[in-house]
Design a protein around this ligand. Structure first.
Ligand code: ZN
Ligand code: ZN
Length: 139
């Protein structure tokens, strides 16, 4: 059995584990990710929902729906953004890589929604820069 990849929110009320393999790893530069996470971009991975186990604090998971079928999940106590579920990939759960404790099973592969990248960071990691959204690419 593959080793679980642990994650947590800032206050540690919510603990979770993902079971590899993950589906992908991308840096998303869209405005929605930027505003919900308070960061210039968000690094995402995903797994089928059966491969995410909330091991503590499920009652603290707070949901925010920004539009029909788009749900962002954060910790109700410390406000750490953790997960996203979208109508585009309903059987998947997206996980903010920054919330992980253990290393992911893959390196970031590309930048998506790069057309919305802020002007105040310089990206020169050599990874492909796609203008489309992750949801379009994974559809
Ligand atoms: Zn928390
Ligand atoms: Zn995004």
């Amino acid at each position: 059995m593959k080793k679980h990849i642990r994650g947590r929110c800032h206050c540690s009320h919510i603990l979770f584990e993902i079971i590899p393999p993950t589906d992908f790893c991308s840096h998303c530069h869209c405005e929605s990710c930027r505003r919900t996470h308070g960061a210039p971009f968000v690094t995402w991975t995903s797994v089928p929902e059966s491969q995410l186990k909330i091991t503590a604090g499920e009652d603290f998971l707070k949901q925010y729906s920004s539009s029909p079928g788009i749900v962002w999940m954060s910790c109700a106590h410390c406000a750490s953004p953790l997960f996203q579920i979208t109508k585009h990939s309903p059987a998947k759960i997206y996980i903010a890589v920054a919330s992980l404790i253990d290393p992911l099973d893959r390196d970031p592969e590309n930048h998506v929604s790069f057309g919305e990248c802020v002007s105040w960071i310089k990206v020169n990691d050599g990874l492909p820069q796609h203008s489309q959204r992750a949801s379009d690419r994974n559809a």
